[in-house]
Design a binder for this molecule. Sequence first.
Ligand SMILES: Cc1cc2nc3c(=O)[nH]c(=O)nc-3n(C[C@H](O)[C@H](O)[C@H](O)COP(=O)(O)O)c2cc1C
Length: 164
Amino acid sequence: MVKTLIVFGTRYGATHRSSEVIAKTLKEEFNHEIELVKLSSETENIDFSSFDNIIVGTSVAMFSWTKRAKKFLKNDFSGKKLFVFISSAALTYAALEKGEMDKYEKNKKRFLDNVVKKNANIEPTSTAVFGGWIRKGNTEEFSLFNWKEEDMVKWAKEIGKLTG
Ligand SMILES: Cc1cc2nc3c(=O)[nH]c(=O)nc-3n(C[C@H](O)[C@H](O)[C@H](O)COP(=O)(O)O)c2cc1C
């Protein structure tokens, strides 16, 4: 059975939900054995040696990754397949939605490609940019909501095909 570890850093919850959708799709449609880990002070030394695939997801807010996701990316992933996604609702994904492709490419490079290049010791097999949300204060209302489940399902299916 293919073993896949999904680790994620989140501030407002979107990356958690995205990770759950990816986990469900890989489990149900590709029979992957999945472990899903929310990065925290208790997940400093994750033993990922038994996993074939590593998926790292992070929230992008205030122009940066969560510090724990960035730290996790510095591990030695030699011999494994690495997949990386970001939830960049306001800058990167919003530009994609508006068809502002120059802005999208520029921000994807800044917040995804360059961070991976600088921190990971292997090239990712595939990467993705997802949306998320910004709440209005502590209410249930949103000033921005562009999280779309179908984006994660689509990427998880791509991962499933690349790891079969
Ligand atoms: C205070 C704040 C700062 C943010 N800064 C950025 C940013 O710099 N770039 C971006 O693309 N999105 C930004 N966002 C939107 C986040 O990408 C969005 O909230 C996303 O859902 C974050 O992922 P998370 O829910 O997993 O924490 C920001 C949101 C908040 C509330």
